[in-house]
Ligand binder design. Sequence first.
Ligand code: GLU
Length: 388
Amino acid sequence: MLSKRIQKIQPSATLSINAKAIELKKQGVDILKFGAGEPDFDTPDNIKDAAKRALDEGFTKYTSATGIVELKEAVCDKFKRDNQIDCEVSNILITNGGKQALYNCFMAILDSGDEVIIPSPFWVSYADIVAVCEGTSVYVDTTPNNFKLTAEMVKSAITPKTKCLILNSPNNPTGMVIEKEEIEKIAKLALEYKFYIISDEVYEYFLYDDKEMFSIGSISEMKDLVFTVNAVSKSYSMTGWRIGYITGPQEVIKPMGNLQSHATSNPCSISQKAALEALTGPQDSIKQMADEFVKRRNYVYEEMSKLPGFKLVKPEGAFYAFPDVSGAFTNEVNDSFKFTEFLMEKAKIAVVPGGAFGEAGNKYIRFSYASSMEDIEKGIRRIRDALL
Ligand code: GLU
């Protein structure tokens, strides 16, 4: 009796692995968690205080379904300041995490059979959200180019049914960044072939070495074609608060808000006040986290490259390492899912199988280094021991 639509989707692999690791920990297993990507830092105190104030002041009722105006203004200022994206309050929707922004957006633009180009490996939820919205995912394999998407790759996937392309830079799960020149070429393709771009920029502040953020939404000619999605989850270590936001053409943002008004009503009122403080208050916690992540990235890159059978491209951003582990496969343990199980059983560590991020990822595992340095050191030691 289930709908065909719902039968197309699987549970989120990242969240399932996290739940499994938590369950094993509860049972007393000494499991180390490198599965779900979430910063191990606490939400900064100024943000928590803003939430406490909201509670004390009774800000506990419905808000506008699309989010409070002050938060939309803060989001506009942020987009102008950090991303050079020109927007108005009417172009902004506040959502329950970045996921709802994506969901609403696909619901608003996709008709059955419309194609969405997804550079692969890709974050687990894109394909399932597209499927539930009855779109068709068209994958572009970036593995031959060290996970770097090029305009040429995009061009090869364009058809008359192409409705949209997802950009995700810095990328989850690979940690790679798309170069500005390439983004500009991709923008030209979108203008020529008339398709939307959804740019998921949730890892924008976690860029290493000389990498710089370039938002495709800052190209003024693209105003009618680009949606920029972001969230406070990663930037301010607020994964549980569930606040995301999106800017894009008003004629789509408005119906997305209509859908949200019927689906969830407003995002949590208290979380909205906390997010307002996050975006307008002191920003030093971002730099503290990024400084810590780069140290961990360096350590993970160096040590993981030495593991037998592991090959690794140096991540340029986000907080994930995505090693090719096929050199460590055996006759029985011969894909990323089995290798992940092997690591869970033998090394007592939780990682995400690369195959969960699309077929192109099945030789890889995703290791989130948003965990303490102590755990990372222990985790890599455990992998080494398990492989001996
Ligand atoms: N986005 C993070 C990850 O990829 C959190 C879990 C999720 O929402 O998928 O691990």
